[in-house]
Design a protein around this ligand. Sequence first.
Ligand SMILES: Cc1cc2nc3c(=O)[nH]c(=O)nc-3n(C[C@H](O)[C@H](O)[C@H](O)COP(=O)(O)OP(=O)(O)OC[C@H]3O[C@@H](n4cnc5c(N)ncnc54)[C@H](O)[C@@H]3O)c2cc1C
Ligand code: FES
Ligand code: FES
Length: 481
Amino acid sequence: MLTFIVNNKEVKTNAPPASSLVDYIRNELHLYGTKIGCREGDCGACTILVGEMAGGELKYQTMNSCLMPLGNADRKHIVTIEGVNGPDLTPVQTALIENNGTQCGFCTPGFVMSLYGFCLNAGKEKNLANAIEAVSGNICRCTGYKSIEKAAAAIVKKLQPPQRGLLVPPQREPSGPMPGVMPMEWLVKNKFLPDYFLAIPEKLKKIAPAGAAAVRESGYIVAGGTDILLQNPEGAMTSGNVNFVYGAREYKRIKFADGKCYVGSTVTVKDLKESRELRAYFPRLDDDLKLMASPPIRNMATVGGNIANGSPIGDLCVMLLALDATLILRRQGENREVKLKDFFIGYKKVNKDPEEFIQWIYFDLPDENTRFSFEKISKRGHLDMATVNSAMGITLAGDVIKKAHFAVGGLGPTIRNMAKTADYLLGKKISNQTFKEANLIAQGEITPRSRAEYKRALVRQQLFIHLMSFAPGAISLEALQ
Ligand SMILES: Cc1cc2nc3c(=O)[nH]c(=O)nc-3n(C[C@H](O)[C@H](O)[C@H](O)COP(=O)(O)OP(=O)(O)OC[C@H]3O[C@@H](n4cnc5c(N)ncnc54)[C@H](O)[C@@H]3O)c2cc1C
Ligand code: FES
Ligand code: FES
C-alpha cells in the first residue's frame, strides 16, 4: 500500500504503483486543477510540487505528474494547485493576474506550480533569470510569454529576504550557506502558502520509512519514470513486479575517492547540475545541463535511467563517454563492470539484463591538464532533444594531447564513440591543420542515417568548437574554410 500526503490530506491507496500520478490526482481524488496537455513532459500543464524529507529538511521540487509513477509519490507531500489556494489569491496568482499572465487559464496551474518551485528552491538566487528558468518547461498558447515574464519579475520583487528569527536553520553544505533561502515560515507568514505547510514535516516523519529504501534484486526497474511512462512498455505497467529505485538514497550521491568520481545511478540531472563539487571540475556543467529537458524533468530524470534507456541522443551518455566512464552493475548478488563505450549495442539496446541494476558510474577526475567540452544542437533552445550532440575530453602534456575521448550522438542507432578521431589526436598540438585532419577522420567514422549533409556539417562545427575551447589562440575560423 502506498501512503502519501496530497495537499492537507493523508492518502492510502492500492492503485497500481506504476500508473501515472496525474490520473490518480484527477480520477481518484477529483482534483481537476492539474491539467493534462501532452502526457509527454513537454507542456508543463500537469506540474505539481513534490516535497520530501532529506537530511532533516523538507525540500520541494516540481515534477510533471503525467510522467511520475504513483509509486514515486510514496511517503512524500504532493502539492497540487488546490493545495496552495487560500481564502484569497496568493501573491504568485495575483502577479499572474495583474500582469495579464493568464487568458484561457489552461496552462495557468502549471505556471503557478513552477513559480512555487522557484519560490521554494533554497539553492537558487531569487532573481528574474532563475524565475524564468523555472517556467522553461511550461507552454502557454495565449499570453505570448512577455506578460508571464512580467509576472515572474513581480514575484521576484515580492520575495523579500528572509527575516531574522524566522529562518529555519537547514543543514548546510560545508562550503557555506546556500543563496536564495526562502524558509517556509516566511512564505506562510506572507500568504504565499497556507498554514498547513508548517505541519507537513512532522506528518511526513510519521509516514517516512524507518530505514533508507533498499534496491530489490528483481523486478522491472523504474527510476524517475520519464522514459517508462512515456513509452509504457508492454508488461511493465501491469505485471506488478516493479522495482522502484528512485528513492534509493545509497545511490543518490556523488562521491570522490582515489582520483575518481562515482556518480550514483539515482542521482538526478538536477543533482548533477547543482553539485558544487562537480562544478569545480566542470565549470560549464550548469549551462550544459540547462540544455537538457526542463526543470521538472531534470528533477525526475536519473543518470541511471539516461544511460539504461540507450537513447542515441542521451546528453549524459555523450558526456560520460567523453570521460571514458565505467558502469558498476549488480544482478542477483553479483557485481560486474562494463566500460560505457561497450554498453550501447543497438537502437535502445544495451549490454545488460532488464533486471540488472546500474549502481554507479565512475570516471577519472579531471586534473589541471584536462579539458572537457559539450555541445548540443537542437531545433529549440530549451526542452528539446539533440539533433546532434557531442562531447570531448582531452588531457594535455604542455600543448600536446596525450589522452583524448570523443563521442557524438544523433547520427545512428547508438551514440558513436569516435575512437579513430580520438586516436588521431594523440601526440598532436591543436592547430588548424590538426582540426582539418581530425575532421576528415571523423567524417569517415560516421554514417548519418538522415539529413546526412546537415549532420556532417554539425559534427564538423562541434569538433571545431571543442578544439577551439581547449586552445582558443591555436585555432582560427580560417580552418573552417
Ligand atoms: C520532455 C522530455 C525531455 C527530455 N529531454 C532530454 C534531453 O534534452 N536530453 C536527454 O539526454 N534526455 C532527455 N530526456 C530523456 C530523459 O533524460 C531520460 O528519460 C531520463 O534520464 C531517464 O531517467 P529516468 O530516471 O526517468 O528513467 P526511467 O524512465 O525510470 O527508466 C528508463 C529505463 O532505464 C531503466 N533504468 C532506470 N534506472 C536504472 C538503473 N539504475 N539501472 C538499470 N536500469 C535502469 C529502466 O528500467 C528503463 O528501461 C527527456 C525526456 C522527456 C520526457
Ligand atoms: S501533460 Fe504535458 S507535461 Fe504533463
Ligand atoms: S492562458 Fe491559455 S494556454 Fe496559457
